[in-house]
Design a protein around this ligand. Sequence first.
Ligand SMILES: [Zn+2]
Ligand SMILES: [Zn+2]
Length: 165
Amino acid sequence: MMLEGSCHCGAVRFRLRSRHPYPFNLCYCSICRKTSGGGGFAINLGGEQASLEIDGREHLRVYRAKLRDDAGRELEESPAERSFCGRCGSHLWLWDPRWPELVHPLAAAIDTALPVPPERTHLMLASKAPWVEPAIGPRDRQFAGYPEESIAAWHERLGLVSDAP
Ligand SMILES: [Zn+2]
Ligand SMILES: [Zn+2]
């Protein structure tokens, strides 16, 4: 399906094609929590980088997260590029050169009505903030780190791949 998204101030608008549009993947890691997680987590969708069209590209700012060890020591910069609106700060999408054909818009930046997931995946729970009490549904899956199952594989397992234009 086609997804339309925008930042809060409207300086950046974008659209892309997504076969994996269900907002099921809740990440509680410190990067997601700090950069976009008002509830202690952020939700990435799966989309096709080649289809991404951007209005207001000049307003974009890119952040590459510093990865740290458990003692807080800086290790390296993440190769993943997180794009934000430089005017209002909305986190818009993540692109990773290790998987260049994919782009992961933040569900919160999407204006198109997204489908409601029948079950959700809670990941990076070992990194969640102490005050966050995840709302775990009866069919939800929980992971201390990253699950084996990709965003695409989740949609395939549940028969929810979207081939609508
Ligand atoms: Zn903005
Ligand atoms: Zn995360």
